[in-house]
Write a protein that binds this ligand. Structure first.
Ligand code: NAP
Length: 293
């Protein structure tokens, strides 16, 4: 079993760290808000005061933080990871931060560490059950080294060189954002044409976007959107998609429209709710509705 560090104990990081502990690893955890380390410490993990302290002496360290800015802070800020590394360590970033951030971080890390990107598809249930899809970017040797450890969290796939995991994750989350907003627009159109919501949802469950409609139907019907994947992160991801695409000279019309809807939903106060709350914003914007904007 390995000596591991896990940094970032949010909705995803906490169950992932739990699984590594369950797998028998010697785990040190760190989180910006230190109180979140307590449940893991109660289960046998050690808590570190700083990212540097967490990675000191570890075979491998995993980061699972919110944004590119958060990763920057954890890597290079005061007490950051770079101050605690030693030769032969593996650093694995599993956050969704896009390939440009991954390459920028890699360029500033010491040569004695091996860095891989390994963002995930799946949400809190998959993180809890260890069934995440994990897209790994890095060399063949790096993948071989980190794969056994990542197996405790899900199914790792080697998708290309450093940054390829982060790129794959952006592609996946473009589709996620587009189908979620498509569900909202389909409902808005159906209701404008006089169709009832339950019948519409039944029909949409059998459509090409049936998966997301089934998964988020309870939220849409209850009008309550408890966060599994916070809308602020979906907005961060679609912004990463459009900004990264623009730098590659790609113009993505659906991504731009999706970004517009998520920006409106965040402005409407849904940033901390589940990303499916974009449906509520789309429905509220429909002409003739109370609260339409
Ligand atoms: P979350 O619950 O919001 O947790 C975010 C984590 O990042 C927390 O540990 C937070 O620390 C930390 N953080 C934020 N800003 C920071 C900073 N400036 N410095 C240091 N730490 C900082 O997010 P999550 O749902 O676990 O998601 C984590 C990552 O996985 C994100 O990139 C997200 O896009 C991606 N992801 C999420 C899901 C999902 O369904 N939730 C699925 C796939 C991928 P505090 O506790 O101190 O706030």
């Amino acid at each position: 079993m390995a000596k591991l560090a896990f940094l970032g104990l949010g909705q995803m990081g906490t169950p992932m760290a739990n699984r590594l502990l369950d797998a028998g690893h010697d785990l040190t955890v760190w989180n910006r808000t230190s109180a979140k380390t307590k449940p893991l410490v109660d289960l046998g993990a050690s808590a570190a005061e700083t990212p540097a302290e967490a990675v000191a002496g570890a075979d491998a360290a995993i980061t699972m933080v919110a944004t590119p800015e958060a990763l920057e802070e954890v890597m290079f800020g005061a007490g950051g990871i770079v101050r605690g590394t030693s030769p032969g360590q593996y650093l694995i970033d599993m956050s969704t931060v896009g390939p440009d951030t991954i390459r920028s971080v890699a360029a500033r890390l010491p040569d004695h560490v091996t860095f891989t990107d390994a963002p995930v598809r799946g949400s809190v249930p998959e993180a809890t059950e260890g069934t995440l899809q994990i897209y790994v970017g890095g060399t063949d040797a790096a993948f071989e080294a980190v794969e056994p450890l990542l197996r405790a969290l899900g199914t790792p796939r080697h998708v290309g060189p450093l940054g390829a995991g982060a790129a794959t994750k952006l592609v996946i989350n473009l589709t996620l954002g587009v189908v979620m907003t498509a569900a909202g627009e389909a409902l808005a159109l159906g209701e404008a044409l006089g169709l009832g919501r339950p019948t519409l949802l039944d029909s949409l469950e059998g459509s090409p976007i049936g998966g997301i409609v089934r998964g988020k139907r309870a939220n849409i019907e209850s009008g309550s959107y408890p966060p599994s994947f916070q809308l602020r992160h979906a907005l961060k991801d679609i912004r990463l998609v459009t900004d990264t695409a623009a730098r590659s000279g790609e113009e993505l019309a659906l991504a731009a429209a999706t970004r517009g809807w998520f920006e409106r939903a965040a402005e409407a106060g849904y940033a901390d709710r589940d990303f499916s709350a974009v449906v509520a914003t789309i429905l509220a914007a429909a002409p003739g509705r109370a609260g339409a904007s």
